[in-house]
Each structure stands twice: as structure tokens, then as C-alpha cells.
Write a protein that binds this ligand. Structure first.
Ligand code: NAD
Length: 513
């Protein structure tokens, strides 16, 4: 796997500068970026100032009109060129993410393949976009055109750095926009390699990459020429993005935010399958539970509850925690020291509130991990009361809470009694129960007898405070296009038009008669 030499080599070879208008650019200010497996600083990355962001927006605005006039087939071909470069650098991209985010290396290698397939999906789906004709009156032609916004600002979270950087650039690009992207301040490295590959394969200015933190993101959000903002991140920052965008202009802002998602095991559920589904649903081996869609609240019917708790605890405690690039691990560290401390704080509050800590917790005894790394064992609470903070707030870490249920109406009330509404996972083979629950849960993405899997082509997004807008589908492509309605009013008859055309042809000289 990633040896020490390979890790320092992949970071050492990287051009750490931002990408603005097809050129690399340094900055006065820099931010340290870390290897969460060891806690060591591995690079100093430039922080894009408001001036650099404004330059990126201007470059994007300059490049975009020619790109919008490029037929989609050619846009798709340009993105395939980028995909080819990504394929050639797949190992470096995966290693950069493992080193910089703490996500296990084999999983990051799979995410490169997912990102490549997403480019294929967008290239295929873009051919299915269509406008409408509106049959209002027989002689006139009323129809809609879908036109790109121009410059799209995309702000990316830390949990899937390369997958999000690729996918979140590709959808606005294929629809004819130019993009200014801000990677997460914790995990900028793979986006900077993608910047290098874009510099080699795409027209200058189409994709700009501006690393930095809140100030850089805010400069993008409040730039008056960026009409379309797509933000993926926490609820607190999402609310700020919405408010700050409104201070600059009327903008189309979509938000993909957090979740406090429920998995519901009904009395007839297959216990083995539910335990598998609960482990998978937490995305532990993908990103240590740091996933918006993680099913961190597990409601188990009393008939299964005690057996379920025993088996889930066994499965969680068997997961091997270690450095993200070491062979044989199931889980790496969390992304940063603040993220680790936040998760440990929730675990402490859960214990103080009286929930039963069944496995995991703050203790790292027996783990063979570097001292400075940000590790947290997979943790399970039982006897959780819905009023506790571990039951209400998004923890965004490897912490799952198990609830016992028996009454249907009370279950539905408790499942929905949180401000989030992103995903839900329902386990039963009783058709009536499944049908009823899938309608009762307030969530935008619902699995029946499954969890965690994303099906590209189907709309993904949240109810309530989990967000606004839908991604991973045609809905996402349409969201990067604004609608123009054209009223093409007939001003003459067909016969008059033919006479005029014949007249014009006669006037044109030989062959016109
Ligand atoms: P975050 O909100 O802290 O940061 C997200 C991005 O916003 C980062 O790039 C960050 O640098 C930037 N940012 C921070 N402050 C900003 C500001 N004031 N203005 C503009 N940009 C700013 O989130 P995070 O910790 O990176 O990611 C975790 C959160 O993301 C969780 O809540 C998770 O549920 C959510 N998430 C949602 C989805 C989804 O599809 N719904 C997917 C992944 C993650």
C-alpha cells in the first residue's frame, strides 16, 4: 500500500498552487494541510484571496460563452479527455485522498472509478435534456430554451474529496457553464491534482480551483457575477451561504446538507441482513461515518432489539482501525483534530445523558495507531432517549444510536422529530408496512431492505433542513440551466412567406427563378 516514500513523493510532486484562468498562481497566505493518520503537516497550500476569487470568476466568465456554444457532444468529448487524464493518475489521486482525508486507500481507489463512471453518466444524460413546446394557439410557436447560468460556484466538503471535485465540476461544465470550485479546507490536495489535469485538457478558464476556508468560500458566494451557487456541507454553513448570497444578488442556491438518518427494523426483518445494513448504512469503512447519508439512528422493533444490539456490537468492535494507507484496515482516522474532538464531545455527552455505551468510546487502548492521528473507535449507544443530543444532532462520525420501538405511530413521530430529512432505510418484507413507512418518513432518499447505496440517475437530496435541490440525476443537470420562454409569433401567412422567398430568390440572380 502507500509506503512513507510513496506518500511523500505523491505530495512532493504536486503543484500546490491554485488554478485561475488556466494558470497556476501562488498566494501570500497559506494554510497547513494534514495527514490525519499521523497528525503531521504534509504541505502548505495557498489560500485564495477575494482578489484571486474575483480573477477566477472573471476568467470563467470570459471562457464560458464559447463553451456554451460548443455542441454537447464536443463538451462531453472534452470531459472524456479529462477522464482519460484522471484514469492515468488514478493511483496518485487515491493516495492523495487517503493521505489527506484519512479515508482508506482501497476505497479511494474505488472512488476514482466511481468518479469516472459519473462523467460517463453526465455525458449520457445530457442528451436527454429537453425543452417544451406549449400549444397555446395554432399559429404561434411558444417554446422553452434551457441556457447555462454562466459561472457556477461550487463549494465542496471534506468527506469524498476527489469524487466530489470531479463530479461537482462535471455537471455544471457539461451543461455549458464555467466553474469556480473551492475544495474543503481540510482536503485540498486531490482537487489540486485535478486542477493540473484540467489545465492540460480543458480550455483555459473553464475550471478554476481556489483553495481556502470560510473567507475564500464567502468571496465566491458573494461575488455578484456568480448567479448559481451549489453548496455541499453542514447546515450551519449552508444557512450562512444562503444569507450571504442574498446580500450580493438574487442567486440560485442549492444546498446539500447534513442528516440524522433513521434505519427502521420491523419485526419481520431478517436479523442478519439488518445487522449488515446497519454497518453498511453507517459508511464506516468508506469514511468512518463522516457521511451525510449515514443511518446513525437505528430503530429496532422490540422483538429483535436485544439480539440486534449484541450482533451489531460484535461487528463494530471487530472493525480494524488504523492508518488510511495501511493494508488490512477497515477504518482510518477522522479528517481532523477538531472533527475528532467534536465526535468525542458527543460521545461524552451521550454518556453524561445516561445512554448506554455498548462498544467504542474515547478509549484507544489496544489500537496500534500513530499517537498523533485522529482515531475514534466505532461506537454504539443503546437505551438512547430521543431528547438526547446524540439522538438529535448530526455527529458526522462513527457513532450509532440504537432505539427500541413497539408502537407504529410513536415510531414515526420519533423518526421525524429531528430537523434533518436526508435518507431513511426500512427493513421489512411486509408490503403494507413498507409502503406505509416509506410515505411516512420525512426524508428525500429512502431504501427498502438496503442502505447507503447511491443509484446514479435517481434524484438525491434532502427534506427539511437537509437541503434544497436534487443531485445525481437529470434534476441536477437542469439545475445548472435557466429557462427562457420564447414566443415566436407568426406575422405572416405561409403563402405570403413563400411569395417573399421566391421574390428574394429572383432578386438573387441566376438560378433564383
Ligand atoms: P462545512 O460546512 O464545514 O464545510 C463545507 C465547505 O464550506 C468547505 O469547503 C468549507 O471550507 C466551506 N466553508 C466553510 N465556511 C464557509 C463560509 N462561511 N462560506 C462559504 N464556504 C464556507 O462542512 P464539512 O465539515 O466540510 O462537511 C460535513 C458536512 O457536509 C456534514 O454536515 C455533511 O452531512 C454534509 N454533507 C452533505 C452532503 C449531501 O449531499 N447532502 C454530502 C457530503 C457532506
Amino acid at each position: 500500500m502507500g509506503t512513507t516514500a510513496q506518500r511523500s513523493d505523491v505530495v512532493g510532486r504536486l503543484d500546490l498552487r491554485m488554478l485561475v484562468g488556466g494558470a497556476r498562481r501562488g498566494s501570500q497566505e497559506a494554510m497547513p494541510t494534514y495527514d490525519p493518520s499521523t497528525g503531521e503537516v504534509i504541505a502548505e497550500v495557498p489560500v485564495a484571496s477575494a482578489v484571486a476569487v474575483a480573477d477566477a470568476v472573471e476568467a470563467a466568465a470570459t471562457a464560458q460563452p464559447a463553451w456554451a456554444r460548443t455542441p454537447v457532444k464536443q463538451r462531453a468529448a472534452a470531459l472524456q479527455d479529462l477522464a482519460g487524464a484522471i484514469r492515468e493518475h488514478a493511483d496518485d489521486l487515491a493516495l492523495l485522498d487517503a493521505v489527506n482525508s484519512g479515508n482508506p486507500l482501497p476505497v479511494m481507489r474505488q472512488e476514482v472509478d466511481i468518479a469516472l463512471s459519473v462523467i460517463d453518466y453526465w455525458a449520457a444524460m445530457v442528451h436527454s435534456l429537453h425543452g417544451r413546446t406549449l400549444p397555446l394557439d395554432p399559429d404561434n410557436h411558444h417554446y422553452t430554451l434551457h441556457e447555462p447560468y454562466g459561472v457556477v460556484g461550487r463549494i465542496v466538503p471534506f468527506n469524498h474529496p476527489l469524487l466530489f471535485a470531479i463530479n461537482m465540476a462535471a455537471s455544471p461544465l457539461i451543461t455549458g457553464n464555467a466553474v469556480v470550485m473551492k475544495p474543503a479546507h481540510q482536503t485540498p490536495l486531490s482537487a489540486l491534482l485535478i486542477a493540473q489535469l484540467a489545465q492540460q485538457t480543458l480550455p483555459a478558464g473553464l475550471l478554476n480551483v481556489v483553495p481556502g476556508g470560510a473567507d475564500t468560500g464567502d468571496a465566491l458566494v458573494t461575488h455578484p457575477a456568480v448567479k448559481r451557487i451549489a453548496f455541499t456541507g453542514s447546515l450551519a454553513v449552508g444557512l450562512e451561504v444562503q444569507a450571504r448570497a442574498a446580500t450580493a444578488a438574487v442567486k440560485h442556491v442549492t444546498l446539500e446538507l447534513g442528516g440524522k438518518n433513521a434505519l427502521i427494523a420491523c419485526p419481520d426483518a431478517d436479523l442478519d441482513a439488518v445487522v449488515d445494513g446497519a454497518v453498511k448504512g453507517m459508511n464506516l469503512t468508506l469514511c468512518m461515518g463522516q457521511s451525510c447519508g449515514s443511518t446513525s439512528r437505528v430503530f429496532v422493533h422490540e422483538r429483535l432489539h436485544d439480539d440486534f444490539c449484541g450482533r451489531l456490537a460484535q461487528r463494530l468492535s471487530a472493525l480494524r482501525v488504523g492508518p488510511a494507507y495501511d493494508a488490512g484496515i477497515d477504518m482510518g482516522p477522522l479528517v481532523s483534530a477538531p472533527q475528532r474532538d467534536r465526535v468525542l464531545d458527543f460521545i461524552g455527552r451521550g454518556r453524561a445523558d445516561g445512554a448506554a455505551l455498548v462498544t467504542g468510546g474515547a478509549d484507544l487502548d489496544g489500537l496500534d495507531v500513530p499517537e498523533g492521528g485522529y482515531y475514534v473507535r466505532p461506537t454504539m449507544f443503546a437505551d438512547v432517549d430521543p431528547s438526547m443530543s446524540i439522538a438529535r444532532d448530526e455527529i458526522f462520525g462513527p457513532v450509532v444510536s440504537v432505539f427500541r420501538w413497539s408502537d407504529y405511530d410513536r415510531l414515526v413521530r420519533q423518526v421525524n422529530d429531528v430537523e434533518y430529512g436526508l435518507t431513511a432505510s426500512i427493513w421489512s418484507h411486509d408490503v403494507d408496512l413498507v409502503r406505509s413507512l416509506s410515505r411516512a418518513v420525512q426524508a428525500g432518499y429512502v431504501w427498502i431492505n438496503d442502505s447507503a447505496t447511491h443509484y446514479w440517475g435517481t434524484p438525491f437530496g434532502g427534506y427539511k433542513n437537509s437541503g434544497v435541490g436534487r443531485e445525481e440525476s437529470l434534476d441536477e443537470l437542469y439545475s445548472y440551466l435557466q429557462t427562457k420562454t420564447v414566443h415566436d409569433i407568426a406575422t405572416t401567412t405561409g403563402a405570403d412567406a413563400l411569395a417573399r422567398t421566391l421574390g428574394a430568390g429572383a432578386a438573387a440572380g441566376p438560378g433564383g427563378a
